[in-house]
Write a protein that binds this ligand. Structure first.
Ligand SMILES: C[S@@+](CC[C@H](N)C(=O)[O-])C[C@H]1O[C@@H](n2cnc3c(N)ncnc32)[C@H](O)[C@@H]1O
Length: 271
């Protein structure tokens, strides 16, 4: 059964605001893999579990047509408002039933999403829709993050880990795929031509306010908020204050450097 944790409209809006667009390093990795396996021109890319379209719009310059699908109506509505590109469309649909023809897709992507799907059904569907030589890219950022700010990096990172550990109490069991860096999902991919890359760390500047916003978009925080709304609000407010106290600043606009570890799975269907 599908895991429905991304349905609320307000969640979709904060998602669009606080979640990260795929890092350039990861985009380069995906497209150079595709170029190795399949000759241009590329007709069709599909982004499954596309959310608000952050991971869909990066595909647009490379393909004639791009389709983003998601099981959540709220996320698709947000995507339609946020991404207005002539070659890109969005549809409500489960990842396990992609509304395209057999052997029609050059690249299928899933960013921060594949762990939510029924993996066996998804892989059968991927095999149906990929062209021979077509590629899949399942990738995600992990919560293996470090926060760097002057000489306070150790304390900030420790506090972030504390939040991560606390939210584990509310976590859906499917998140174990992210914690184990997609190892099981990789093993299930039926193609021999496949790669699992786990040593990518990106560094970006981000404000304390945006880190707090990001934490509130996490599925575990959404569950906490659903079960204990007042406690969840107080908790996140107290965490923001502790971040600022450690940094000895008063503005949540103050930026830190976020080091984030990513996982990328790439595979190509036999020709
Ligand atoms: C963490 S979000 C990632 C969104 C987007 N790819 C991004 O990078 O911002 C995961 C998305 O997967 C969607 N989802 C979960 N299960 C799904 C399923 N079985 N089929 C399609 N989408 C699904 C959720 O609705 C949610 O929008």
């Amino acid at each position: 059964m599908a895991t429905r944790l991304f349905e609320e409209k307000e969640h979709a809006s904060s998602y669009q605001k606080y979640r990260f667009s795929p890092a350039q390093e990861i985009q380069d990795m995906i497209f150079s893999y595709l170029h190795e396996k399949l000759n241009k021109p590329y007709e069709l890319a599909v982004d499954v579990g596309c959310g608000t379209g952050l991971s869909t719009k990066i595909l647009s310059p490379h393909f004639k047509k791009v389709l983003g699908i998601d099981i959540s109506k709220a996320q698709i509505e947000e995507a339609k408002n946020a991404v207005k590109l002539p070659n890109t469309i969005f549809r409500v649909s489960p990842a396990e039933e992609v509304p395209v023809d057999d052997a029609s897709v050059d690249l299928l992507t899933a960013c921060a999403a594949v762990h939510w799907f029924d993996i066996e059904k998804l892989l059968t569907e991927v095999d149906r829709i990929l062209k021979p030589g077509g590629c899949l890219a399942f990738y995600t950022y992990t919560l293996n993050m470090e926060l760097h700010y002057k000489y306070r990096s150790e304390q900030l990172t420790k506090l972030f880990l504390e939040v991560k550990d606390f939210l584990t109490n509310y976590q859906n069991e499917k998140m174990h795929h992210v914690q184990t860096e997609y190892k099981e999902i990789f093993d299930c991919i039926p193609y021999t031509d496949k790669l699992r890359i786990v040593d990518i760390v990106t560094k970006t500047r981000i404000s304390v306010g945006d880190i707090i916003g990001f934490c509130q978009t996490l599925s575990a925080f959404r569950i906490y908020h659903r079960l204990e709304p007042e406690n969840a609000k107080d908790y996140i407010k107290a965490i923001e204050k502790r971040f600022l106290d450690i940094m000895e600043v008063s503005s949540s606009e103050t930026e830190v450097e976020l080091w984030c570890k990513h996982v990328v799975l790439l595979a190509s269907k036999p020709k």
